[in-house]
Write a protein that binds this ligand. Structure first.
Ligand SMILES: C[S@@+](CC[C@H](N)C(=O)[O-])C[C@H]1O[C@@H](n2cnc3c(N)ncnc32)[C@H](O)[C@@H]1O
Length: 224
């Protein structure tokens, strides 16, 4: 198993961020549906939700349109991404429904025990201190609140990594700076055992972890 190669991943380059946003809008339909199905399985239809590392905001925009009674806030460390996410929400006709703000996974801009749902999609690999983030998740969720954290895992099989590298090249490979994005993300992701260890070291209690293709899904165990 290769050692992790940390990737900060905060895109400040507007042109690259716009490219990522365009590609995400085109190709993230199925991943959005998969997250939606997990939220529905937990029976969450209303309340307060936070999306951490929202990038161009594709997930909260899709979810807010489908589950309008959930009040979404979405944060990202990159001001450029937050600006693009806001514009994407306006373009989708729900500019007034989601609160986008610059913010860090290590210091969530939410009161203690105020959230019904926390999402963090494809962002954990950017975090060098996952336990600090998990403790923030534990602090901000209501008792019985739910989280869904999805990322790649570094010990996925070569077959999955090869297959997804190919997809990435087809869908995102036209921009020279985006070309290596996928493989860099996998290299900076955690192994399944590392994820389990970080969760067990954190204040999160009722969690489950499972894999799908080259992804690791970490969820609260309340509901399904
Ligand atoms: C690969 S993108 C994922 C975007 C979105 N969740 C998606 O799946 O389309 C990761 C995002 O995490 C953000 N990020 C990196 N480190 C962060 C941190 N410490 N706190 C909040 N956001 C962070 C980056 O700026 C980037 O927009």
């Amino acid at each position: 198993m290769k050692d992790r190669v940390s990737e900060s991943g905060v895109i400040e380059d507007r042109e690259l961020a716009e490219y990522y946003s365009l590609m995400a809008k085109r190709h993230m339909g199925i991943p959005c549906q998969r997250v939606l199905s997990r939220i529905k399985a937990k029976g969450i239809t209303k309340g307060r939700a936070l999306d951490v590392g929202t990038g161009p905001g594709i997930f909260p925009i899709f979810l807010s349109k489908t589950l309008p009674e959930i009040q979404f806030k979405a944060i990202d460390l990159s001001p450029v991404m937050v600006d693009i996410a806001r514009n994407n929400a306006i373009e989708a006709g729900i500019g007034d429904r989601i609160e986008f703000q610059v913010g860090s996974a290590y210091s969530l801009p939410c009161e203690d025990h105020s959230l019904d749902l926390l999402l963090c999609i494809n962002t954990l690999h950017h975090l060098d201190q996952p336990v600090t983030f998990f403790n923030e998740v534990a602090r901000t969720l209501k008792p019985g609140g739910s989280f869904v954290i999805v990322d790649f895992h570094r010990d996925a099989s070569f077959i999955w990594i090869g297959l997804f590298s190919l997809f990435w090249w087809v869908f995102f490979g036209k921009h020279p700076k985006a070309r290596n994005g996928f493989i860099d993300s996998v290299r900076s992701s955690y192994t399944l055992d590392e994820c389990r260890f970080f969760l067990s070291q954190s204040n999160l209690t009722h969690w489950k972890l499972y894999t799908r293709t080259l992804e690791v899904w970490m969820e609260s165990q309340h509901g399904q």
